[in-house]
Design a protein around this ligand. Sequence first.
Ligand code: HAM
Length: 444
Amino acid sequence: MAMNIKRPNGTEDVLPKDVHKWNTVEKIARETAESFGFSEIRIPTFENTDLFLRSVGETTDVVQKEMYTVKAKETEFTLRPEGTAGTIRAMLQNGLLNEALPQKVFYMLSCFRHERPQAGRLREFHQFGLEMAGSAAPTADAEVISLAKTLLTRLGLKNIELYINSIGCPSCRTKYHEALKAYFEPHKEELCDTCKERLVKNPMRLLDCKSPICQEIAKDAPLITDYLCEECDEHFKKLQAYLTNLGIEYKVNPKIVRGLDYYTKTVFEFVTTEIGAQGTVCGGGRYDGLIEQLGGQHIPALGFAMGIERLLLVMDKQGCDYLTPKKCDIYFATMGDAALEKAMELVKDLREFGYCAEYDLMGRGIKAQMKYANKIGAAYTVVLGDNELAEGKARLKEMESGNETEILLNDKFTTNFENEYFNKVLDIMDDENGSMFAFTGEDK
Ligand code: HAM
């Protein structure tokens, strides 16, 4: 019977042929975060729904329309729509914020949002993100933005613009909200239904509406940057000076308000025009009130998250390099039971040395085995039959060149193979000037 159960809309399978792309992003992201002194944190896939209501915010699209919530035994749980809320909850619950500050953690996790799927917008997607708690200084903002920029550069990405804004603290925002209300009130009837509600509850979110009519009305709306208090203004100016000093190009975009409610002061996005409408590959900012809001002390914090699927879309489009996928180093084509058993022994030793070694599991003839070795991209093959076993020798064939060397089937087999293999590796490293992505034996 044909399989007719398909994966849910808005989810993706990552197939073996593509998984090295994910490994590339994850490896470089991890190394970059660690080089800035961040440590990895892992948190649950679901949390109490209240956590998201109190952090992401009740007036946001994420909470109002996009959460996957289930009720289990009288408690409501929600699949995390993002990583910040759970990470801060975990920091609070495990006392990390009582330790030396700043606390700096990064994560790679799946997120769930019931959005309308399109290129770069999924219902299950993956984020690489990080959070830094403890510093109110603009150096922390510069550090976090610099980390994001470094990672994008190390991934080989080009043409990604950084937009920054400050959405102020609660005190400057009160005045700004009044100004926004006064501006939008005369247009109230023309606004979409969601924005009518936003006008009362959270007028800044009006600036983020995707409806063309609301966007047109919002065109001349007052700008937050004209309403910043002295402290927020100073903070924003210092951040800009630090970015300039670090050689990080940016544009101030006072229209960036971000889709989540916890932000204060700095917000930023890295955006590309190369993958269509969903071009924001990274979004983040400061959230100085969140920890307190979740029951902790007043501890300022900030962070960002990148959508891994979106990063990969841009990397594919721009032809960025990926780590070489792991392939079979040596394949044994065997004839007869005795040869098969010998192959099993040799394979076991080679694996102990860290090689990927395989032999026939299908009971195929020699020709078909060689074909298979070719298909899986084995670097070397050894043909083992009665003659070879009787002589205690076999021929090691390098598949790409077709070159063959004789190799002894004794207890030195593994060392002999290793010599042959590493000579080859050194050749490749010479050819490619030891590039980062060369086939080096190190990753075993
Ligand atoms: P966000 O802007 O909602 O922020 O998401 C961060 C990134 O996740 C986006 O820039 C985008 O690349 C990716 N993303 C979001 N939704 C989708 C989707 N439906 N499909 C594919 N990719 C998506 C946050 O999540 C904040 N927690 C970031 C943060 C961390 N702020 C401070 N710390």
